[in-house]
Design a protein around this ligand. Structure first.
Ligand code: 6R9
Length: 650
């Protein structure tokens, strides 16, 4: 066991007990290396194929891959029917916990009935395979039922996060030319119903770039408030779907049949509709959910805290877990509703064993204080996961100590909307994990860290401009950007066109052991006097100080050094700032990383601007740091944060 200068253990091997019982062993890497396509074919056989595939990868039309292309399957059959047919109909699929405290346990048999009713009704509405359906719903069971019903019929769903504005919804509906929108009357937010159907009405009433393609709006009653109604267009779920037959026979579709479109922001204003297909996507989500989370069907209680509006919700609430016959918790509300104990109460109530969340939430829990988790019995937890951004070592250690009783493996999983499933992560029974490192590409996955020219960066090289590239196709990779294949090629494949590599847009380094550290988006890497410094590294150093709860760092233009480091920090509840604190923090960064990384300015602020998916909006902080007019704030959770930062920061 190695120790860092600060006295921290810097590598955490799995316990012997965990390793002995783990789903994945070290031999997976060898098998995948020896015969990559054979390995993926073996993984694909986790699924039920109505027509078995005979070919594995077809890369002739690169960069558009075809996996298992002559095979046929039904995604919904794989996630639901086969578990019932295998005798597990009474197993709970979803322990649903509503925000106001209501709850529902839904077995696989009940899920099959609901999905079948929805599939029958969508068919009655005239929807046919290939049509697009927009789903704009909070975290209610019907959202998952709707996704699975679309998958069952070969309809392509486009889930739009229910926190998005009417104009964002309209833009996505138009882009995909959706025929149907599925929504709810409203959603619970901190004990109060907030309207949602109205937002759909507003979106569809607006004069869009093209006339609205929407024929019907299907509405689930959730909060019971009155909603405006357009006769002929609007339909109640409880009057239609609930009255449909609970029996429906799933038809097979080709492996490359489109499954969903999910919009993600790019460098330009227009969101990109990332397109995923069926067989390869389900293969890799199921494979990773099994091995990375060490999931054991019928034993584990799994909880992924994401929203279905994001890719993590698609791959690790809906498709991966259900394909693996998971029993999982789905929670409708926010972590502090009605108070900060909510997540811990849920973990206790359902006996959660696997918990998968984002660093931003872990740091929020840290800010609230460990007495909150300490008031609960969390001993059921045996594996913890992190996703969404680099996790700073401080938060990693806190997570392991406070949630995991200093025992549980943590899997820091790197992947993207575009990759569809986890790509780089420790294997929990195999890897000696390092806090803050995503470690190694999973068996079957290949990644490189290269410079501008595509030359491999040296191990331990921290000054190089390391870019993360994926140099071999993988089953759950995106198949394009909906309606814009040129943009697909230019965004991801132009940079390393000669080599034929996928450019992920993330900076990375390999340490002297060859382990991979993701440093954040390339645009989050600063250049100070010719030195590349990751915003994540400086943030991590700041958060390492006991007075700091959360930090965001940006590179602001500087006349002498190119960029100067500007930090925004939130203090822990117990701290009262004094005149020396800012200097102390600067010295701390200098000590932890290097004097080069010492921030030019540190602003103590009450809040940080975050997107609705919890990512810090560094672009906007850069605007503040450089004294510019604010750019687009439309994806911010709460634009009022800015006033608070401006007043707090000056
Ligand atoms: C799954 C998801 C993708 C971007 C990605 C990277 C960052 C995600 C990470 C991570 C470091 C991890 N990211 N996981 N960075 N370590 N474990 O988040 O998808 O919303 O498309 O974001 O998130 O920058 O490029 P998406």
């Amino acid at each position: 066991m190695t120790e860092t200068a600060a006295g921290h253990q810097d590598s955490y091997p799995p316990s012997a007990e965990f390793a002995a019982a783990a789903n994945a062993g070290a031999e997976l890497y060898e098998r995948a290396d020896a015969d990559r396509e054979g390995f993926w074919a073996e993984q694909a056989r986790r699924l039920h194929w109505h027509t078995p595939f005979t070919q594995v990868l077809d890369w002739d039309d690169a960069p558009v891959a075809r996996w298992f292309a002559d095979g046929e399957l039904n995604i919904s059959y794989n996630c639901v029917d086969r578990h019932v047919l295998d005798g597990h109909g009474d197993q709970v699929a979803i322990h649903w916990e509503g925000e106001p405290g209501d709850s529902r346990a839904i077995t696989y048999r009940e899920l099959l009935e609901e999905v079948s009713r929805a599939a029958n009704y969508l068919t009655e509405l005239g929807l046919v395979a290939g049509d697009r359906v927009a789903i704009y719903m909070p975290m209610v069971p019907e959202a998952i039922v709707a996704m699975l019903a679309c998958a069952r019929l070969g309809l392509t769903h486009s889930v739009v996060f229910a926190g998005f504005s009417p104009s964002a919804l309209r833009q996505r509906v138009d882009d995909a030319q959706a025929r149907l929108v599925i929504t709810t009357d409203g959603q619970w937010r901190r004990g109060k119903p907030a309207p949602l159907k109205e937002a759909v009405d507003e979106a569809l009433a607006a004069k869009g770039d093209v006339p609205s393609s929407v024929e019907h709006v299907l509405v689930v009653r959730r909060v019971g408030t009155e909603v405006p109604w357009t006769d002929g267009r609007d339909l109640w779920w409880h009057e239609t779907v609930s009255a449909a037959s609970p029996v429906h026979e799933a038809q097979p579709f080709p492996a490359e049949h489109p499954l969903f479109i999910l919009y993600t922001s790019g460098t330009t204003g227009k969101p990109k509709g990332i397109l995923h297909t069926s067989g390869g996507y389900l293969t890799q989500t199921a494979y990773t959910h099994h091995n990375v989370f060490d999931h054991k069907a019928g034993q584990d209680v799994y909880w992924c805290t994401a929203d279905i509006g994001w890719v993590t919700g698609h791959s690790y609430i809906v498709y991966g877990p259900l394909a693996n016959r998971a029993t999982q918790v789905v929670y409708e509300g926010t972590p502090n509703s009605p108070n900060e104990h909510r997540h811990f109460e849920i973990i206790e109530k359902y006996g959660v064993t696997i918990y998968y969340t984002a660093p931003t939430l872990i740091r929020t829990f840290m800010k609230w204080g460990r007495e909150i988790p300490d008031a609960h019995n969390l001993t059921g937890l045996r594996l913890l996961g992190s996703v969404g951004e680099p996790i700073n070592p401080e938060a990693w250690r806190w997570y392991r100590e406070v949630f995991g009783d200093n025992k549980t493996p943590i899997v820091d999983t790197w992947w993207q909307t575009e990759t569809g499933a986890i790509m780089i992560s420790p294997l929990p029974g195999v890897t000696d994990a390092k806090p803050g490192a995503a470690m190694r590409p999973l068996p079957g996955i290949s990644a490189k860290v290269v410079d501008e020219e595509g030359k491999a960066v040296q191990l331990g090289e921290t000054e190089a401009n390391g870019y993360l590239v994926l140099d071999k196709p993988w089953p759950s990779m995106l198949r394009g950007i909906w309606g814009d294949m040129d943009r697909y090629r230019s965004t991801y494949w132009e940079r390393y066109a000669e080599q034929g590599w996928y450019f992920a847009g993330d900076g990375a380094k390999l340490d002297t052991d060859g382990d991979l550290w993701v440093l954040g988006r390339v645009d989050d890497v600063m250049n100070v006097s010719g030195h590349r410094i990751s915003t994540a590294e400086v943030e991590s150093a700041l958060v390492g100080h006991p007075s700091v709860a959360e930090a965001a760092v940006v590179g602001a233009t500087d006349p002498t050094t190119g960029q100067g480091i500007v930090a925004f920090v939130i203090l822990t509840g117990a701290t009262t700032p004094d005149d020396t604190l800012v200097d102390t923090l600067k010295a701390e960064v200098s000590k932890q990383i290097s004097p080069i990384a010492k921030p030019r300015e540190i602003h103590i602020v009450p809040e940080l601007p975050k997107t609705r998916s919890g990512k810090i909006m560094r672009r906007l902080l850069r605007d503040i740091a450089e004294g510019r007019e604010l750019g687009d704030t439309s994806t911010l959770v709460d634009p009022a944060v800015f006033e608070a930062i401006r007043t707090g920061g000056n």
